[in-house]
Design a protein around this ligand. Sequence first.
Ligand code: NAD
Ligand code: UDP
Length: 343
Amino acid sequence: MDRILVTGGTGYIGSHTVVELQQSGFEVIIVDNLVNSNVDVLCGIEKITGVRPIFENVDCTEYVNLDRTIEKYPGIKAIIHFAALKAVGESVSHPLEYYRNNLVSLINLLELMPKHKIENIVFSSSCTVYGQPDVLPVTEDAPIKKALSPYGNTKKIAEDIITDTINANHALSAILLRYFNPIGAHPSAEIGELPNGVPNNLLPYITQTAIGLRSELKVFGNDYNTPDGSCIRDYINVVDLAKAHVIAVQRMLQKKQKSDVEIFNLGTGRGLSVLELLDIFQKVNKVKVPYKIVGRREGDIEQVWANPARANKELGWKAQSSVEDTLKSAWKWELKLKERREK
Ligand code: NAD
Ligand code: UDP
């Protein structure tokens, strides 16, 4: 059984990826310091797959601890590096926390890879590196724009750090996955997104409003240059996204990649506006979401959606889930959280 190290594996995307890795026959070691996740996620993973992943409560910024942890598990074939802080607003008020956490973690891993003879790394990047693209749908070859937040900048800098490192050491390979907007939960509702405090992201805000935790959704702007005036994003099902990581790892282990660093957009190829997503959510779940239009949110991109052709062709990966099913899974998860709170 090939061993994979998953940093940030108790987090939202990480936990869904751990499930898919286990179901594809990999042994998973999770490293997470639980700064934005809960150890109970391991029970959810175990309920789905029947296997409790190995878990190490370690901060990736702590080199010595990370080194000792990796030492404990010889023969790791690849790292999937999810661990990062991701709140855009917080990164503006606490930039150094973001640069330290997100970049030191990455540098530690890249330094430890040759030491422990680990050749492959998959990195969680983001479509935020494109800023507002000049051409839509956006391809991987689009220019990288100046980041609008320290968080976004950590993704841009991390991509450069990885590329430079791999150019200097051809024994290493990397796949950079640029996610669009991951949403939804595992269809079993055993795992899903667990936002800390008031959600920053649209879908958890919608589900929490629908369940009565929030009084109304604020739609940030209806005066954009889009058909209904609200912003457009490419919402990608989190399980579909997770599956792409398994394919990326398999590709690296089979050394099928064409170059030392490959970059893939992970999106559906379809853009939906905030108001469209809200409308579909209410229809498929037969639930009302009170909302009001407010002013624009600072730093928001007007519209972005992916051209996922490269991932479709090279990885043989395609987003499969309909947005309707994805929005149902998000609602099922919110209902499950309510049930847990009431127990
Ligand atoms: P998440 O916060 O749910 O998961 C991140 C996990 O990393 C958490 O469990 C957290 O406890 C852990 N972590 C953070 N810093 C750590 C450290 N120093 N050491 C060990 N563990 C640490 O976030 P997510 O949505 O699952 O995102 C995963 C990755 O994908 C992140 O790198 C994020 O920037 C990236 N990404 C997310 C989105 C999105 O919309 N969710 C979009 C694009 C990219
Ligand atoms: N959005 C909104 N109300 C909210 C949260 C988000 O109208 O409470 C909008 C936001 O302006 C953006 C879209 O929903 O147009 C997606 O926002 P999110 O923060 O989820 O993702 P990102 O902006 O990082 O793509």
